[in-house]
Design a protein around this ligand. Structure first.
Ligand code: AMP
Length: 304
């Protein structure tokens, strides 16, 4: 089943303790689709400027990603500059240039409007809401956000929560949005605004999925070398939504498996800069990593 994503298609400049990348392809929709396309057909809606190296998106098309909804506008592409110091869980935003994003209004092509699975990637929550007026009754809608929007568009974001089934955000963002330091309380606060499912990611410490009925926890894959954490969150979301779109199953068991697929894809994303690693991962490597997750948490209860 097809999966629609709306989000940023960016040029990122990133500095980590292990190296630097200047003007490489990034953005929430880009990482999301690089990840989800291993599991499902993906349709992207976004905007780039006339300076965007469209050729570098070709590997996505080869993976079956439909870029018909990526508008090319006059002006500069969205650019993000970030830095990670030794704590790779904390991204420091040095610069955000909205460029063509400032005047962007997503236009969902008619052939995308019936997508049963919709992911509203990290963009202005007013645009995320606008997308929902252009799609017809999706089966499952999830959104993401970040500190930039929590600070600048808080009320719009809270309005958006009333229209989505799920939200993914990191622990710092959950605390900032809810003003609760305890993540269980923060998840309840968010569920009180609408979503039935809240996923709180904790970087190298894994991810929690909260629903009214249960809490599920997935560890992060214990990688020896984390090269660049940029895009881990969007790649997590891509694996999560990609799995759901592929299985068509929203049962608790399937949602839990989706969290593991998300964690596995997030762990691939951080092995290299940009989408380099994501676009070369194959189904076998993903299956192996999912199996490793199972081993990582399997234990036998002492019932003596
Ligand atoms: P994450 O998966 O959370 O690491 O997201 C990383 C991506 O978010 C980068 O590729 C950036 O281009 C993109 N990004 C950073 N700031 C924003 C923003 N304010 N709006 C939309 N996308 C952003």
């Amino acid at each position: 089943m097809s999966l629609l994503v709306v989000g940023s298609v960016a040029l990122d400049s990133v500095e980590t303790p292990f190296g630097k990348a200047e003007g490489v392809i990034g953005g929430s929709a880009t990482f999301f689709s690089a990840s989800a396309s291993l599991l499902s057909r993906v349709q992207v809606v976004g905007v780039v400027g006339d300076d965007y190296p469209m050729d570098e998106l070709k590997p996505l098309e080869r993976r079956g990603v439909d870029l018909a909804g990526v508008e090319r506008a006059k002006g500069s592409s969205f650019r993000w500059r970030g830095r990670y110091r030794h704590d790779l869980n904390v991204a420091e935003t040095l610069e955000t240039h909205l460029g063509v994003f400032s005047n962007f209004r997503p236009k969902i092509p008619p052939q995308f409007a019936n997508a049963p699975y919709v992911f509203l990637g990290n963009i202005d929550p007013r645009l995320q809401l606008d997308v929902l007026t252009q799609v017809s009754k999706p089966k499952f809608v999830a959104c993401d956000t970040m500190n930039f929007w929590i600070e600048s568009r808080r009320q719009d974001l809270i309005d958006l929560l009333g229209h989505v089934d799920a939200i993914t955000l990191n622990d710092g963002e959950a605390r900032q949005l809810t003003d609760c330091s305890n993540l269980v309380k923060a998840a309840k606060w968010i569920m009180g605004k609408g979503p039935k499912l809240v996923i709180i990611k904790k970087g190298e410490h894994g991810a929690f999925m909260f629903t009214a009925a249960s809490v599920f926890f997935a560890p992060a894959y214990p990688l020896e070398d984390v090269f660049d954490p940029t895009g881990a969150g969007d790649s997590f979301a891509g694996g999560f939504m990609g799995y759901l779109a592929r299985s068509g199953d929203l049962s608790d068991a399937s949602l839990r498996r989706a969290v593991i697929y998300g964690s596995a894809m997030g762990s691939f994303a951080v092995e290299r800069f940009s989408i380099e690693r994501l676009i070369e991962v194959d189904a076998r490597q993903l299956a192996d990593r999912v199996a490793d997750f199972r081993k990582l948490v399997a234990f036998e209860e002492d019932i003596a």
